[in-house]
Design a protein around this ligand. Structure first.
Ligand SMILES: C[S@@+](CC[C@H](N)C(=O)[O-])C[C@H]1O[C@@H](n2cnc3c(N)ncnc32)[C@H](O)[C@@H]1O
Length: 256
């Protein structure tokens, strides 16, 4: 599939992550209207009214605060401070995290690695060539000259030890079970050079996430900061920084 240099970024996260709350707004709004016409009593009307208010607010939070499908920036400027070097993006998906690094670090090159399997389909839908979707976004961002795409499993990376100056992984290692996350952290530690940076971003169960998704947010990221910090340290990193942003927990670590 030829990709135009002028095509737009489309990370392609499934529609319901951005617009799912609108279904609740529409359904609850219709019930509210019906109740108004049929002169329901105060309490059911208040209850349905509250549901309309919450789902409208949750839609705005998802769309404009969390911005699942939007461009994102590095959560910490301390990552790859030198600005140059070879970076590995583990679980690159359709390129959001790769573009985040390549745009912030214009001297860096990057390997965008993903299994492009079942998990990719769950997030981005079926497509004949998921790699082409990633490439299209790298081209749309104008960073494709500094990136290569690699298909592989993050639990068994196809690289020699100490190959990369830095490693990033965003919302990917938390899609594996505990054992898988531990394996992928060990692989990240193996392929990064001693002294190299590791930026881990996982889904965080913060107040924004709780407000928008409540108990529906079942995710490895929600194992909590202590679990992730402990496993990152056990893999052979020193944790330098820990922080949050809406729906996100991030750790910046350095290979010992
Ligand atoms: C939620 S997406 C994150 C994509 C991207 N990093 C971002 O920030 O938008 C998770 C990605 O992890 C990938 N993934 C899941 N399990 C994997 C594995 N065992 N090895 C490599 N990639 C995997 C999926 O294919 C998917 O593209």
């Amino acid at each position: 599939m030829p990709v135009s240099a002028n095509s737009h970024l489309d990370f392609g996260y499934l529609w319901w992550l951005n617009y799912g709350h609108l279904i609740v707004v529409a359904a609850a709004g219709a019930i509210l209207l019906l109740g108004y016409k049929r002169k329901w009593s105060k309490w059911p009307m208040l209850l349905v009214g509250a549901l309309v208010l919450w789902s409208s607010a949750a839609f705005l939070v998802t769309r404009f605060v969390i911005k699942v499908n939007g461009r994102t920036s590095l959560p910490t400027q301390s990552f790859l401070r030198s600005g140059a070097g070879r970076v590995l993006d583990i679980g690159a998906g359709t390129g959001r995290s790769s573009i985040m690094v390549l745009e912030s670090r214009p001297q860096a090159t990057l390997v965008a690695l993903d299994l492009f399997g079942e998990s990719f389909e769950q997030h981005f839908g079926r497509s004949d060539s998921p790699q082409q979707r990633l490439l299209a976004n790298l081209k749309a961002a104008g960073v494709e000259q500094r990136a290569t795409i690699q298909t592989a499993d993050m639990r068994k990376l196809p690289f020699e030890p100490a190959t990369f100056d830095a490693v990033v992984s965003a919302y990917a290692m938390d899609h594996l079970n505990r054992q898988g996350s531990i394996q992928s952290l060990a692989e990240a530690a193996r392929v990064v050079k001693p002294g190299g940076d590791f930026l881990l971003m996982v889904i965080g169960n913060d107040p924004w996430a709780q407000f928008a998704f409540g108990p529906l947010l079942k995710h490895g990221g929600t194992r909590g900061p202590a679990w992730w910090t402990g496993r990152v340290q056990e893999a052979g990193f020193q944790v330098l920084e820990e922080g949050t942003r809406p729906l996100t927990l991030y750790l910046l670590a350095r290979r010992l």
